[in-house]
Design a protein around this ligand. Structure first.
Ligand code: HEC
Length: 101
């Protein structure tokens, strides 16, 4: 009985563990990102600035940390994004660089 209820729980709980940022659209995220988010990262890391996301010692180790960093940089830079827009950018950065499941 215990096993059965654990199984039932796993089935019910599964949708709660959908991929992070699955509400965002990476295409919209990319254009938002490319407009507001590259200047500093490029001056820090050169190239197209994407090394800030792909370097070995990057700071964001979990989807939550990534989301928090996006919020932080959004606020710092005055991009003025709504939570949906942060989610689009999260979807883009996750698909392209972070690959959190
Ligand atoms: C005013 C300069 C500046 C701008 C503009 C900027 N950032 Fe950042 N960003 C930083 C700094 C500084 C860090 C921290 C670097 C470090 O910790 O080594 C950072 C780090 C990050 C990281 C974490 C990288 C990691 O290590 O995992 C993410 C994600 C990020 N920024 C997203 C954004 C987004 C999204 C925008 C556009 C709203 C943006 N940034 C615009 C300065 C900026």
């Amino acid at each position: 009985m215990k096993i059965l209820s654990a199984l039932a729980f796993a089935l019910i709980a599964a949708p709660l563990h959908a991929a992070p940022f699955d509400k965002g659209d990476p295409k919209i995220g990319k254009s938002l990102h490319d407009k507001s988010c590259t200047s500093c990262h490029v001056s820090m890391f050169g190239g197209d600035g994407s090394k800030i996301y792909s370097r070995a010692d990057r700071k964001s180790k979990t989807p939550q940390q990534l989301a928090a960093r996006i919020s932080g940089c959004n606020a710092n830079t005055g991009a003025g994004w709504f939570p949906e827009e942060e989610a689009h950018v999260g979807a883009y950065l996750n698909q392209q660089y972070y690959k959190f499941k």
